[in-house]
Design a binder for this molecule. Structure first.
Ligand code: SF4
Ligand code: SF4
Length: 408
């Protein structure tokens, strides 16, 4: 590793993780991931390496709880009530110890609302002390001035505030009355800390991208746009909230115009079929570079695929590493995938058939077009029966206002 580090001109502050092709490097200062190939390794695209799977995930989402003080209509994990089988503090720390041994550079913590766990900040501190950076998503309700100052001084913790409308009217229809004001207050407290403003693009807010960018710029935040997927309660609102074909085209043009200044993860690679590749991860990384640990320790291929079909194992059995490295599901996802009906599409190399979870939860075959295929092939195929989610933690009575009570 030292030879690779010297050859790549990396400082000793950059974390290096050996991989079969050489190494992955993560700079905790710039949050940049880079890919270092040994001279002896055959040349090939980064995506090809990612498709064959890595020794440890680069995008590990960990939902710490299904408890939430909001009830967003599109919640990917149908959150609301705490699951009594939730991992204990000691079990969470054991997971972090393992992630440190595996050199997982950082975890994306979510929920539910992760900050409602009483041990949330203790776990964040434990992770960073063990060289696992933390990026956590929150609705902002537990961010006060003291916590904002603490976050300002924390080098290895990134915060992401969720907002699904650039106005209270649009946001609160999706996330609940009062949630716009809460998120904006948190963003203001976090101004200048490098926080992210995270938006799920819907039919209602697709026309507000400039307004979201203006909010982010004004508060010194980075805008992150993600795709609405029909997962969890998102399945219930997919038909009315997923962007229209015209809106998708407009989102694509907008993303092209804004390039690297807006983060998107792997959200919009299906739009590359319009002609140009967008910045971000341009493949479905489920089970290859992406996975989810849910609040009870179940490991799924992706945070948008909480269904028994995509369940690879549980960390309570023998830990996380054996699930990631040896589970039958993940091994099969790392094999070349059939293109199915997309095989004859001239844009398959760009779009690769789109998102596995979006196909699954709209009842489409996994080998075939995405429901939002830019040529409309997915939409025409949408006739099948849709699978029902394996679990639902929604509260029985939908909360229209934020509440102060602990849902734990
Ligand atoms: S299933 Fe969809 S959301 Fe999940 S990793 Fe693949 S493309 Fe991303
Ligand atoms: S047919 Fe398949 S590969 Fe072609 S654009 Fe549609 S989803 Fe993408």
């Amino acid at each position: 590793m030292d030879a690779l580090r010297r050859a790549a001109g990396l400082s000793s502050d950059t974390a290096l993780r050996p991989e079969r092709f050489g190494a992955l490097a993560y700079d905790f200062d710039t949050r940049r991931l880079s890919f270092i190939r040994r001279r002896s390794q055959a040349q090939g695209a980064l995506n090809d390496e990612f498709e064959r799977g890595l020794d440890a995930p680069i995008c590990l989402t960990w939902e710490l709880t299904y408890a939430c003080n909001l009830a967003c209509v599109h919640c990917l994990s149908s959150s609301g009530r705490r699951d009594p089988r939730e991992l204990s503090t000691a079990e969470c720390k054991a997971v972090i110890d393992e992630l440190e041994r595996m050199q997982v550079f950082y975890v994306n913590i979510g929920g539910g609302e992760p900050t409602v766990r009483r041990d949330f900040w203790e776990l964040v501190e434990y992770a960073t002390a063990h060289h696992v950076g933390v990026k956590f998503s929150t609705n902002g309700s537990r961010i006060d001035a003291t916590r904002a100052e603490w976050l300002r001084g924390s080098d290895y913790v990134d915060v992401q505030i969720s907002l699904d409308g650039a106005t209270a009217e649009v946001n609160d229809r999706v996330r609940g009355v009062g949630s716009y004001a809460t998120a904006m207050r948190a963003l203001s407290l976090l101004a200048g800390t490098g926080a992210k403003l995270s938006v799920v693009v819907t039919r209602e807010n697709a026309g507000q991208l400039d307004a979201f960018k203006a909010i982010a710029d004004e508060l010194g935040a980075t805008l992150r746009l993600t795709r609405l997927r029909p997962s969890g309660r998102g399945a219930d609102v997919w038909d009315e909230l997923h962007p229209t074909a015209e809106q998708q085209r407009a989102v694509y043009e907008w993303l092209l115009a804004h390039g690297e200044e807006v983060l998107t993860g792997d959200s919009f690679f299906h739009l590359a079929a319009y002609g140009q590749t967008l910045p971000g991860l341009n493949l479905c990384g489920a089970g290859r570079v992406v996975c989810l640990i849910d609040p009870v320790g179940d490991v799924y291929a992706c945070p948008f695929a909480i269904h028994e079909t995509f369940l690879a194992g549980n960390v309570r059995e023998a830990g996380f590493a054996p699930v990631w490295r040896e589970s039958e599901l993940f091994r099969s996802l790392r094999e070349p995938q059939a293109a199915g009906a997309c095989g004859s599409c001239s844009m398959y190399d760009a779009c690769r058939g789109g998102c596995m979870a979006a196909k699954f939860f709209t009842g489409l075959p996994l080998a075939g077009p995405d429901p939002e295929c830019v040529f409309g092939h997915g939409e025409r195929a949408l006739r099948g029966t849709r699978p029902t989610p394996s679990q639902d933690h929604s509260r029985v009575r939908v909360v229209r206002r934020e509440c102060d009570e602990s849902p734990v």
